[in-house]
Design a protein around this ligand. Structure first.
Ligand SMILES: Cc1cc2nc3c(=O)[nH]c(=O)nc-3n(C[C@H](O)[C@H](O)[C@H](O)COP(=O)(O)OP(=O)(O)OC[C@H]3O[C@@H](n4cnc5c(N)ncnc54)[C@H](O)[C@@H]3O)c2cc1C
Length: 383
């Protein structure tokens, strides 16, 4: 949908991405969902087309475009109809590589960002542990300095791209205290001794994305692979959450459009009581409500995007966008499924996938409850 935030170059980019997705992703979605992963060739192809490096500098193989261009890619990826495919690519470009781009050394950028942008290496970001999801400060993985190395011990869970990644950005405790100043980020190559990944975790949705448990048993990480400054990892994680949350909201806007279009088409084709479903006022009003809900999410999200693109602190705006859009997509996909009746419950109809994939959005990247906790502070409700 045309919106003032997008300029001509964004419209052109959207057209090109959409064509690529229609031709090279959508026909493969069912297969990748069954295989519970996307092939390496997808990263390579997207790297070749420049889609993995939109916001990264040209000197590392990126195209140095604005975040609004990246937002177009995120929305269109969501519209491929498989949250898993979008998550696999998004975790690589949006949440993992971003850490190297923002805080990494030149050597790290050459070794990890450059091949990541080309799609030759796949990355993941590993923060969550059995002991700490919402409470990042509760993680137990440790990194102890030993000469010119750190020795990592511990485990991670629910890591997107965890099974197939070539390198993982790992959050580990580098000292006991003070809280929030005791975590560091490391780049760990997955073929290093002591690293292992469990089997792909079985999930309700996001089937095309591999989600793994990671184990670190005395993994020797060279000190050159510490990202940024020691003990500052918690701050980096919090800073990056702004874009992660914004991108999740953008994905929900994209999927919301697709879900409403799918329900609209179905309601115009399905005949009951001698007329199409769309002729029943209760159903067409339901679709109007869905569209209004989506529009609210879109505007809250685009405002955060606009400010973020200008370089402003958007913790409040991005958090609100994450809360509203991720709850909106639960309502909208649920209603879209309802409009499909029994067919909506059948695996051969895409709408069931939208509904399953939507469920993670208000959990991953910080739950709705945690977002509300952040907002209570940002809005001055509690200090
Ligand atoms: C498919 C999938 C992919 C993921 N990908 C990644 C990834 O790539 N990298 C990564 O690091 N993590 C990843 N995660 C982890 C995800 O970020 C966490 O699951 C999420 O942050 C919630 O943490 P938790 O599961 O430990 O839930 P918990 O923290 O145990 O929360 C359980 C419930 O308690 C509520 N709760 C907790 N604390 C509070 C509080 N203070 N006030 C009110 N309510 C509270 C929560 O809202 C939730 O409803 C992924 C998860 C999934 C399911």
């Amino acid at each position: 949908m045309a919106h003032w935030i997008f300029q001509d170059e964004h419209h052109m980019f959207r057209k090109a991405v959409r064509k690529f997705i229609e031709k090279e992703i959508i026909p493969n979605v069912e297969k990748w969902e069954r295989e519970e992963e996307v092939p390496r060739s997808l990263y390579e192809r997207m790297g070749e087309l420049g889609y993995l490096g939109i916001k990264f500098p040209e000197k590392y193989g990126g195209s140095d475009s604005d975040i609004i261009t990246e937002a177009v890619l995120i929305e269109e990826m969501a519209k491929c109809g498989s949250g898993g495919v979008a998550a696999a690519i998004g975790a690589h470009t949006g949440i993992a590589m971003t850490n190297i781009w923002k805080y990494g050394s030149e050597e790290q950028k050459q070794n990890y960002l450059v091949p990541g942008i080309k799609g030759e290496k796949i990355s993941a970001l590993a923060i969550t542990e059995p002991s700490g999801g919402s409470d990042v400060s509760a993680i137990k993985t440790t990194a102890k300095k030993s000469g010119s190395h750190y020795i990592l011990n511990g485990s991670k869970t629910f890591i997107t791209n965890g099974v197939n990644a070539d390198y993982v950005i790992v959050a580990a405790k580098t000292r006991e205290e003070p809280v929030h100043r005791n975590i560091s980020l490391f780049i760990v190559e997955t073929d290093w001794e002591g690293f292992s990944a469990g089997k792909k975790l079985k999930k309700l949705g996001w089937h095309a994305s591999d989600t793994g448990e990671l184990f670190f048993d005395e993994v020797k990480v060279p000190e050159e692979n510490l990202i940024g400054r020691e003990h500052e990892g918690f701050l980096y994680i919090m800073e990056n959450f702004q874009f992660e949350r914004l991108s999740m909201a953008l994905g929900c806007v994209g999927l919301g459009e697709l879900a409403i279009e799918t329900a609209k088409k179905y309601s115009q084709e399905r005949i009951q009581f001698n007329r199409p479903l769309s002729k029943f006022q209760v159903l067409r009003h339901k679709m109007v409500d869905m569209a209004v809900d989506l529009e609210k999410a879109r505007n809250i999200t685009y405002r955060a995007l606009y400010l973020y693109n200008k370089g402003e602190d958007v913790v409040t705006e991005a958090t609100m966008a994450k809360v509203y859009a991720t709850e909106m997509i639960r309502r909208v996909t649920d209603q879209a499924l309802q409009i499909h009746g029994g067919n909506g419950y059948m695996m051969e109809y895409d709408v069931q996938r939208f509904w399953r994939d939507a469920r993670i959005q208000s959990i991953g990247g910080g739950t709705t409850q945690i977002m509300n906790e952040i907002l209570t502070k940002r809005l001055g409700i509690i200090s």
